[in-house]
Design a binder for this molecule. Sequence first.
Ligand code: G3P
Ligand code: CA
Length: 247
Amino acid sequence: MTKIYGHRGSKGNYPENTLVSFQAAIEEGVDGLELDVHMTEDGEVVVIHDETLDRTTDGRGLIKDLTLAEIKQYSAGSKFSHLTRYGKSWDNEKVPSLIEVLQLLAGTEIELNIELKTYVYTYPGIEEKLLSIINEFGENRKIIYSSFHLPSLIRLKELDNSANIAWLLHNPISNPSDYMQVFDLESLHLAKDLVLHDMFQPYQELSPSVRVWTVNDEQELKRMLDLGVDAIITDYPEKAINLRVKN
Ligand code: G3P
Ligand code: CA
């Protein structure tokens, strides 16, 4: 059965990459969560999409130049007051550390896709830090490390041969199964346009090892369910789960 992963939690209705968004996705019944990580000036791993605080918080500045304590001064929810489920309590949401998300997931079997945002800044040491956090707080959870930046994935594999690594692709590649084999990829995480518009053929035989992002439209969700991909990454996990029941 195709799994449903909540993209940045339940991003369509909640402030992305916050604990309130992850909690909502858990309550909606997701099989997995997707989130993005960067590293702070003091070497902590935080969950935020952009290199800076500017778009999603009321703070400013590069994550790499700020300490975790400095980042925690800002709200990660107040900029999302346009969402219909907004409540004043969101103003108290902070950028979570990865450890806090793992603590929220404790005791569940929810899979976790950690996307390393290492293509603008490489954050030296982030791969070691991630593995040490997962070693301490990961329980037996299935963790999938994804990145557009293949060197980060290769580094993870050098450090831990059992790590599940997934290459994120916007554009088609030839002979995808060769890449899977050479780099020992657990999966490919494909932009939905690679799967729609008849571009899926080279990936068809790999569909049990494919996760597709970011699929929100009802017809597109149905198409992915019919293709039998391993997982759909969506901003609207509740909608996708309801469609899966009917499909
Ligand atoms: O992991 C899939 C997807 O999240 C990649 O794009 O920009 O939403 O992080 P983005
Ligand atoms: Ca992402």
